[in-house]
Design a protein around this ligand. Structure first.
Ligand code: FE2
Length: 135
């Protein structure tokens, strides 16, 4: 299932929104490759690419949290670590088993669930704080 970017997903802090949109784009490309049966190598490369982007994006959010002494920093970082652990696990499954239906479902569920939930709740709270404190 493709992720369509809509305005209600915008957190209202420019840099973070731009990165989220890119994340959605990469997720959609990954899902498309899975759907088209593009093969283990290509899917693995795209997943690696996405993991790298997630890592960069998290580092950026965490930099803002530290810089502006965000009070919910620890809880937010914990969610980042959890997603990272999930994605690493999916990557290992992909390397071991290839793009099976189970692995693809795992990729879809993990990323889809997390992206929507984290962006719509945790990141919106952070963005509100940044808009109020980082002007
Ligand atoms: Fe975040």
């Amino acid at each position: 299932m493709a992720l369509i970017w809509t305005d209600d997903l915008a957190v209202g802090f420019g840099r973070i929104d731009t990165q989220h949109q890119e994340l959605f784009l990469r997720y959609n490309r990954l899902i498309e490759a899975c759907r088209d049966g593009k093969g283990r190598e290509q899917i693995a490369t795209m997943l690696d690419f996405m993991i790298e982007y997630v890592t960069t994006h998290f580092a950026e959010e965490e930099r803002f949290m530290t810089l502006y002494r965000y009070p919910e920093r620890e809880a937010h970082q914990k969610e980042h670590r959890e997603l990272f652990a999930h994605v690493q696990q999916v990557r290992e499954e992909l390397h071991e088993r290839g793009p099976t239906v189970g692995v693809i479902t795992s990729i879809t569920h993990t990323l889809l669930h997390w992206l929507i939930r984290h962006v719509k709740q945790t990141d919106i709270e952070l963005a509100r704080f940044l808009v109020a404190n980082a002007a």
